[in-house]
Design a protein around this ligand. Structure first.
Ligand code: BTN
Length: 197
C-alpha cells in the first residue's frame, strides 16, 4: 500500500494482514525505538512497515536485510541502527501483537538530521531490495542470521556504553548471544541504547 501522509506507517500496518507492506511519503508521528521520534521532510526518506509473523530474531534479521538493501558499506550498530561512515542513516522499529510483528524501517535518502547521514539512492531501488531481503532473512535459521549480523556489525569488538533505563555500563562488546543479546564483558544485554566509544 502506497500512501501520502500518515501518522506512522506502523499505525496503518497494525490493522493489516501478515504479508502487507505500507510505504508513505510523510509521517506526522513517526517513531523510533526507546520512545524517540523519527522525523523526515516529505519525500526525503524511505518509510516502510512490513507486517510479518512474530519471530524472536526479527529485529536482527531486519537489520541484516536493511544493511544489505542499502549497500554502500552500511553497517549495523546493535541492535539494529544502520550506520553509513559511522553516522546513523536509518533505523528499525519492531512492534508486536500476539499474532503479528510490525517491522518499520526508516532510511534517510536525501535529507538527514544534524550528525546523521543520507544514503542518496533512489527510494524505489532501496525499497525493492529491502522487500526481497526481508522475506529471505526472516525465513533463515537463527545461526545464519546471527552469523551475517556479526559480519555486518560496527559494534562487535568495540568499547561501548550501554544505557538501560538510566543504568550505564561500559565495556567491550564481545559477541551476540543466541537470542541476539549483546554480550559486554561477559554480561548479556537484551535491550538498551548503545554508544560506540
Ligand atoms: C530507530 O532508529 O529508533 C527506529 C526508527 C524507525 C523509523 C521507521 S520509519 C517507518 C516506520 N514508521 C515509524 O513510525 N517508525 C518506523
Amino acid at each position: 500500500m502506497r500512501l501520502g501522509t500518515v501518522t506512522s506507517t506502523q499505525d496503518v500496518a497494525r490493522d493489516l494482514a501478515v504479508g502487507s507492506i505500507v510505504v508513505a511519503d510523510y509521517q506526522t508521528g513517526g517513531r523510533g525505538r526507546l520512545e524517540r521520534r523519527w522525523i523526515s521532510p516529505a519525500g526525503t526518506a524511505l518509510l516502510v512497515s512490513f507486517v510479518l509473523q512474530p519471530n524472536p530474531l526479527l529485529s536482527l534479521a531486519a537489520g541484516v536485510a536493511a544493511a544489505e538493501a542499502c549497500g554502500r558499506g552500511v553497517r549495523l550498530k546493535w541492535p539494529n541502527d544502520l550506520l553509513l561512515d559511522g553516522r546513523k542513516v536509518g533505523g528499525i522499529l519492531v512492534e508486536t501483537t500476539p499474532e503479528k510483528a510490525i517491522c518499520g524501517v526508516g532510511v534517510n535518502l536525501t535529507w538527514a538530521p544534524d550528525g546523521a547521514a543520507e544514503l542518496n539512492l533512489p527510494r524505489e531501488e532501496v525499497f525493492g531490495r529491502l522487500s526481497e531481503r526481508i522475506s529471505q532473512w526472516v525465513a533463515m535459521p537463527a545461526h545464519q542470521v546471527l552469523a551475517r549480523w556479526r559480519q555486518l556489525s560496527a559494534t562487535l569488538g568495540r568499547r561501548v556504553r550501554i544505557d538501560v533505563s538510566g543504568r550505564i555500563t561500559e565495556g567491550v562488546a564481545q559477541d551476540l548471544g543466541p537470542r541476539g543479546e549483546l554480550i559486554i564483558d561477559g554480561v548479556a544485554f537484551v535491550a538498551g541504547s548503545v554508544t560506540h566509544l
